[in-house]
Write a protein that binds this ligand. Structure first.
Ligand SMILES: [Zn+2]
Length: 464
């Protein structure tokens, strides 16, 4: 292997052969928001599959799966008849339908002492709460505070967005790592920072507020895409590079996750070009997947893992040696790889060192269920995310996800070119280490379940 020649080809092709602009325009501007299970989501999957074929991979398919989803209709927060000031309203994801008019009360940050002080007044009321935690107290996820308000009998929660300027992110009311999620427990509607402050000013008069959410739960079909470049030395084993192509409602998801989707497509393209133009195939096979339903509890990646690797699968495959998950790549440039399990740390670092770019390998100290690596982790498959910004070097202008303004201009084109080249170099190196020479994973599925149980419901400061 002439790594110098190969690296030069991969980085050059990632840079000068880039189709990022074409893919970005198609996915984020022409197709637009891609809520899992929607026609747009399906259209994106078909486009990605077609582009994988054009890039020259050995196979490219769309894999349908059943998605447990819902549709949101109108949502509103309205004030008493003599006050027609408009109030911004956005349902939390999977918010149940509600139509209620009751007094509004202000619970501050819904911390324990605040909820206790309000006592029986919470029962049957619409409760206003900041999403940001109470300063100087031990941090507690908002999801845990929602549960506290639900237990105290609140009819509904109005959550105040921490971001200002009218920006509002779609959010979930149940923590994904919760083993017994609180979904459907209580309706939660978000309002803007500015309108929340107004509600707070009038709440002392206990005005009768009307909250209405139209929504319905549905079963629908959604679509993953799976492409592959066959390996030369160990074609029966594989590594997976993947990221979700779906978005939350009403956003084209420039950062979350058109960036990761195009990262998968471009890495596949430059690796396929390496086969065509230099005759260099990976050692093990490389699979390139994009998931739907990430924003709906990781259902796409879960369906893929169940279909391909679970004992119940019709054609159970040998598990991959590693999953690399790409999500929100525009938050920072590629600084390394973060593993879910520790035993590959030295091995991964030694591979990164051969690239001579200062990339670092780190290991998550806790179970992280915030993206599509998690369904692999649950099956005790080695999984990882890319190190982009956490702890330092987050791009402030890329602090966008789950909101309308996460548009195509939030995708950082030049950094994404670098990602594609670096990921291709890394995957090629990893594919040439014989599966027998990879450190064995000592963890079983039951070990992993215990680790999840240990961390469920906790607050992880590195992520907030
Ligand atoms: Zn995402």
């Amino acid at each position: 292997m002439n790594w110098h020649e190969i690296d030069r080809f991969l980085m050059g092709e990632a840079w000068s052969g880039s189709l990022i602009k074409q893919h970005l325009t198609k996915l984020a501007d022409v197709i637009g928001p891609r809520w899992g299970g929607s026609p747009e989501d399906r259209c994106a999957a078909a486009y990605i599959r077609d582009q994988m074929e054009i890039a020259g991979v050995d196979s490219a398919d769309v894999e349908p799966f059943q998605l447990d989803s819902w549709n949101h209709g109108d949502v509103s927060i309205t004030l008493p008849d003599d006050n027609n000031r408009s109030i911004a309203a956005l349902p939390f994801l999977r918010c149940k339908p509600i139509d209620v008019t009751t007094p509004l009360i202000d619970a501050g940050h819904a911390s324990p002492h605040e909820v206790e002080a309000l006592g029986a007044r919470i029962k049957g009321s619409i409760v206003l709460s900041s999403i940001s935690p109470e300063p100087f107290t031990s941090a507690e996820p908002f999801t845990a505070r929602i549960v506290r308000l639900a237990k105290a009998g609140a009819a509904c929660v109005i959550a105040i967005e921490p971001k200002t300027g009218g920006r509002m992110e779609y959010a979930n009311s149940d923590e994904w790592l919760n083993i017994r999620p609180q979904k459907d427990a209580i309706a939660v509607v978000k309002t803007s920072s500015e309108d929340g402050a107004y509600l707070r000013r009038i709440a002392s008069g206990s005005p009768q507020v009307h909250v209405s959410v139209q929504s319905e739960y549905i079963d629908t079909e959604a679509h993953n895409t799976v492409a592959e470049i066959k390996g030369s030395t160990h074609p029966e084993r594989h590594l997976i590079l993947a990221g979700h192509h779906d978005t939350v409602l009403n956003t084209p998801g420039g950062n979350d996750n058109t960036s990761g989707t195009i990262g998968v497509m471009e890495t596949a393209r430059v690796m396929a070009a390496l086969v065509k133009e230099m005759g260099v195939r990976p050692g093990m096979s490389i699979r390139f997947a994009t998931w739907s339903g990430e924003e709906q509890h990781l259902q796409g990646a879960k369906a893929y893992v169940a279909r391909h690797y679970s004992e119940a699968a019709a054609n159970q495959e040998v598990k991959p040696l590693l999953n690399i998950n790409l999500d929100e790549l525009s938050t920072g440039h590629m600084k390394g790889i973060v593993l879910a399990f520790p035993h590959l740390r030295k091995f991964m670092q030694s591979q990164l060192d051969t690239m001579n770019d200062g990339l670092k390998c780190h290991v998550l100290a806790h179970m992280d269920a915030h993206s599509d690596h998690f369904p692999f982790v649950e099956q005790a498959i080695d999984a990882s995310i890319t190190w982009r910004w956490r702890f330092w070097a987050r791009h402030e202008d890329a602090n966008f996800h789950h909101e309308t303004a996460d548009a195509a201009n939030k995708l950082n084109v030049r950094e994404l070119k670098e990602y594609a080249g670096q990921l291709a170099r890394l995957l090629l190196r990893l594919s040439y280490v014989s599966p027998d020479d990879w450190p064995t994973n000592p963890l079983t599925i039951s070990d992993v379940n215990q680790m999840i149980e240990r961390d469920a419901g906790g607050h992880h400061p590195a992520f907030h």
